[in-house]
Design a protein around this ligand. Structure first.
Ligand code: ZN
Length: 237
């Protein structure tokens, strides 16, 4: 099965052709792009991922009366640049770009380094979040915990794993110097995402953030490999 295509250089990773632009989110929009389908709320994923997500959401409802929804799916480089630069401008640690980047990186990716570019990853929500589903409390509260526990037990049946699991310093036995905080809402469709990560690592040096690509790219370049690679072993290639 081929997923996605972008004109320009391509390489074959298993049966998936993955270009640098696929990895970096360098396309104008996911919805309407070849190989992507809509979840019906303006959010789009690669076709296989959307199909498996729907199966998982149906099962959550049938088996546990849990309604899942998707606050965020595929994001482009430009989408991520908007998020990143808004935080960069607001970040109070303004005198030290390195510290500033690391503070933002606790929860947000630099443009070109987000798994959301790949069309394989989703942020999940449920009606018990209490306003914001992308915070720890939404999944550890009395009402949120059963949803997380259902996902922990069942998501793998549909190919999904939680890449940002546990504390970043202990993930992978502390092999990587940095990593995102635990995100109980972020789930990844492993059969494709593992191939995307393998390809990312393969051509890593060509994907390094460069000066001018976004605010703070030079400071962030020091850390980007750690943040991309420090994921839970269950999601690893
Ligand atoms: Zn996410």
């Amino acid at each position: 099965m081929l997923v996605g295509f972008v004109a320009g250089s391509q390489a074959n990773a298993g049966d998936v052709e993955i270009s640098a632009n696929d990895l970096l989110g360098k396309f104008s929009r996911a919805c309407g792009r070849a190989g992507f389908v809509s979840l019906g709320n303006g959010k789009c994923l690669r076709g296989e991922v959307a199909k498996r997500y729907r199966e998982m959401a149906d099962a959550a409802w049938k088996e546990a009366k849990i309604r899942l929804w998707v606050p965020s799916a595929t994001r482009t480089f430009a989408d991520q640049k908007t998020i990143w630069e808004r935080k960069w401008r607001k970040e109070p640690g303004a005198t030290d770009d390195r510290a500033r980047a690391l503070r933002i990186l606790q929860w947000s990716s630099m443009p070109g380094t987000s798994r959301h570019h790949w069309g394989t990853d989703v942020d999940l929500g449920h009606p018990n979040c209490g306003g914001d589903c992308l915070v720890d409390a939404a999944w550890t509260s009395a009402k949120g915990r059963p949803v997380y526990e259902w996902l922990e037990k069942n998501a793998s049946r549909f190919g999904f794993c939680q890449p940002y699991r546990g504390a970043p310093g202990t993930r992978n036995g502390g092999k990587f110097a940095h990593g995102y905080g635990e995100e109980r809402w972020h789930w990844s469709y492993r059969p494709l995402a593992a191939r995307f990560l393998a390809r990312y690592v393969e051509i890593l040096s060509t994907l390094r953030p460069v000066k001018g690509a976004f605010l703070g790219a030079e400071a962030g370049a020091e850390f980007f490999e750690s943040f991309v690679r420090n994921i839970d072993a269950n999601c690893a290639p």
